[in-house]
Structure formats: C-alpha cells, structure tokens
Ligand binder design. Structure first.
Ligand SMILES: Cc1ncc(COP(=O)(O)O)c(C=O)c1O
Length: 436
C-alpha cells in the first residue's frame, strides 16, 4: 500500500524465488534452528502452568541460548531497547541483503507489500482490526501522531501524570507553547496505595475543559501498571478521548485491546517483543482515524486509511518485516509464560533485597500492578553513585531514575537473563549498600 506500484500486484512468490537467487541463497545460509528449538522446548512443556515453568531452568536455558549476547556484561536494562533473538536478527539482516540487490525492486516490490502480513499478525496479537493498526518506527512516533494529530484549540485541557515519559510530556509542552492548550500533570506515590487510587487521581483532575487523558499502561520509571480499562471507560462516558502509552506493555504481560478500551495506543516493538530496533505500532480506534492528522501529510483520498500514518517516505522494509519473526519467537514462548518468568526473575532479587534496611523498593509487588520492571533505591548511597559502581565493579548495566519526587535504580531482566546474573546483582547491591 505504501509503495502501491502496479508491478507489486503481478509478482508471484515463485517469480520472487526465481528472480532473487541471491536472496534465496542468503536464506539458506542464514537458516538456523533456534526457533525450532524454542518451539520444541515449548512442545515438551505444553501442559505446565506458567508459574511452574517459570522455575524450570532447563526450559529457560533453551531460550537463553537463542540469543547472541556478550555474557561478560550483565544487561539489566531491557527497558531501553533489547537484543533480538538470533533468528529475528538474521531475518532482519537477510531482508537488508535482499533489499540491497535492487532496492526499487526487491525492497519496494517484493518485501514492502508483506508489511500487510505483519499488520495482520500484530492486530491479531493486540486484538484489534488490522485496519486500525499502523506500523511505526517506535512508540514515540506512534504517540506523537496521536498527540500532534488531534485537533485541539487554545484553552483545551489534557490530563496526564508527572511520571509519563519525558518525550511525550515534552510533546504536550510544545503543543501548549504552540496552540495554547493546558497540560495538567497529576502526581502519585510509588508504589501507590492501590490501582483505584491511580484512577481516582487521573479522573479527579478532569474539568469541563478536559478533552484528553494521556497516561502509561505501565510506567518506565517504576513499572507501575495502570487500571487502563477503568480509566478509559470513565473518560469515554464523559466524552473524553484517551491516549495510552504502551511502550513497555506489548509482549511483556498478557492483555488485549478488550482489556484497555482506549482511543489511541502506541507501543515499541524493540522492547519486549524483541523485534529489530526501529519498530513500533499505533492503534487508532476506527471512528478516530479520519479526524487524526498524520505527522507526514498525505492525500485527502487516504484520510480514512490507517496506512496514512505510515507514509513517511523511503525507509527500510527489513525492520518492519522482521517483526513477523519476533512474533513467532514470542508466540513460541507464550505471553503468560514469559510474564511468569519475568516476575520470577524480578521477585528473586526483590525478595532478597527488600529485607535490607538500607534498601527501598519503589515498585508494587502486586502481580496486577507490575511485572519485569523493578525500581530500587539504596538509601545510603545516591543513585548517581550507585549506578556507576554497578558498572565499574560488576559490569552490570542498570538505569538511574531520578524523578523530582524519588530516585532509584531501574532493573529490567529479560527472558535471556540467567539466575547467576540476578544473584550477582543481589550481591553487588548488598555490597554497595554496606559501602564495601
Ligand atoms: C513510557 C515510555 N513511553 C515512550 C517511550 C518511547 O519509546 P521509543 O524510544 O521506542 O520511541 C519510552 C521509551 O523508553 C517509554 O519508556
């Protein structure tokens, strides 16, 4: 659709294989068995409950070995962007190689139309109609399409939180400067007393001038999960639209659109789905598509087409097509199992460190309110000093979180993280806390 050249419609798969001999050779050269091994491992444990499988190191070793990592460092920042499993990275490189033969043909005519397969599969996983899902380069782009594309006038009010993502808050700030809209940011404690408290705070800030609520499905600062459906239903009843920032949610823990009920949803796929860097999607409820302006202008005839948000000019097809391989890898594990393992890894370090009088955990441990992400503070050592110590002495990567109301170290393991790596982190934190 993006490169809707007539030739694309006439090319068959057979013609592709005949024409793209280099591509076919590349496919053979890059073939490996990691996806098969993951699928076989999944088959062997098909009847096991997620919480039980979360402790099965034999199963998770198969997953760990599906990655090509540098095991001389311990990467506990999987909140920024993540390594792809080997099979995904190889698909990505293969599509780049195929593209480079004659990009105007191999990339535009052969690879690009297959974005529709990716759209269909992502929509099935998210639980929306494919005609409501645009593939973007990241969550920032997805969310900014919504933030900058909705008609608003001076005096209109947007309610958000002061723990939303910095770039998204900057985007609202720019709209305030440019269009005179008002941004109201609510505060909340970490962890909050309850999920209901979060809903009350956001909904309680609504005034007759409020046109939009913008909030995270799960925050990047402490991994707090919001009661999205409750908030969106209440907003909808008042005629207020909802933008939900799902950058950290998709493929992290189980949910579908039916659990959200929002108007707009943006996520990254290079975080928890483990897709190539430069991938995300935007969901727009069908009734909102026509009135939402794309960031890159398109013809009026495309106004009702979700693909208008993908008209970004020339771009690689490799990134978005390799999302399909990431979905296969993800589905080979299953979201329930992945979430159970991520909570198991998170609880392993939290359970050990929470009894330390020098350590505060800012993340709720209620499974409904959190998953892989945990934020921890060593009260005796400033975060700005503790994080470099983790790296300098232990080669552990973790993220400093410094918010106006609290600070801490954000820890995000992934499916490839080993128990030995978690235990090393526990030891490092205990030593740093006692000043040794
Ligand atoms: C809550 C939240 N929203 C949005 C983003 C932006 O994501 P991206 O960098 O993929 O555009 C991030 C990135 O970390 C995030 O944590």
């Amino acid at each position: 659709m993006r490169n809707n050249r007539p030739l694309a419609r006439t090319i068959t798969r057979r013609a592709f294989i005949q024409a793209g001999t280099t591509g076919a050779a590349a496919i053979a050269a890059f073939t490996n068995d990691s996806l098969g091994r993951v699928a076989a491992a999944a088959g062997r444990v098909a009847d096991r409950a997620p919480a039980d499988l979360a402790r099965d190191e034999t199963y998770w070793r198969e997953i760990q070995q599906a990655f090509t990592l540098d095991r001389t460092i311990i990467n506990l920042n999987n909140g920024g962007c993540c390594p792809s499993p080997r099979v995904v990275h190889e698909a990505f490189k293969r599509y780049l190689d195929i593209s480079n033969q004659a990009p105007v043909y191999h990339m535009w005519q052969i690879l690009e139309p297959n974005i529709e397969t990716v759209r269909r599969r992502l929509a099935a996983a998210f639980g929306c109609d494919p005609e409501e899902l645009a593939i973007t380069r990241n969550a920032s782009e997805a969310l900014q399409i919504a933030q900058l594309g909705i008609d608003l006038k001076a005096g209109d009010e947007i309610v958000t939180t002061n723990q939303d993502y910095g770039r998204m808050l900057d985007t609202w700030d720019q709209r305030a400067r440019r269009d005179g809209v008002t941004i109201k940011k609510i505060s909340f404690p970490v962890p909050p007393p309850s999920m209901g408290d979060l809903a009350d705070r956001l909904l309680g800030a609504i005034t007759p001038r409020t046109k939009l609520l913008h909030f995270c499905h799960i925050t990047n600062l402490t991994g707090q999960i919001f009661p999205v459906r409750q908030i969106c239903d209440a907003a909808r009843a008042k005629g207020i639209k909802t933008i939900v920032d799902g950058a950290h949610a998709f493929a992290h823990f189980p949910y579908t659109l039916a659990d959200l009920g929002c108007d707009y949803y943006g996520t990254s796929l290079h975080k928890w789905l483990l897709a190539p860097i430069g991938t995300g999607f935007l969901y727009v409820r069908r009734e909102n598509i026509e009135s939402l302006w794309p960031l890159t202008a398109t013809a009026a005839s495309k106004a009702k087409d979700i693909r208008k948000f993908e008209e970004i000019g020339t771009h690689p097809a490799a990134n978005h097509n390799a999302i399909a391989e990431a979905l296969s890898f993800h589905e080979g594990i299953g979201t329930e199992r992945k979430a159970a393992r991520l909570r198991y890894l998170r609880n392993r370090w939290v359970d050990k460190l929470r009894s330390n009088p020098r350590i505060n955990i800012h993340t709720s441990l209620d499974p409904a309110q959190s998953c892989a992400i945990g934020t921890v503070q060593i009260t005796t050592v400033p975060t700005a000093k503790a994080v470099p110590q983790l790296w300098d002495k232990w080669r552990i990567i973790a993220t400093p979180i410094v918010h106006a109301e609290y600070e801490g170290i954000r820890v995000t393991p992934n499916v490839y993280t080993t128990l030995e790596e978690i235990d090393t982190f526990i030891e490092a934190m205990e030593r740093i806390a006692e000043g040794s």
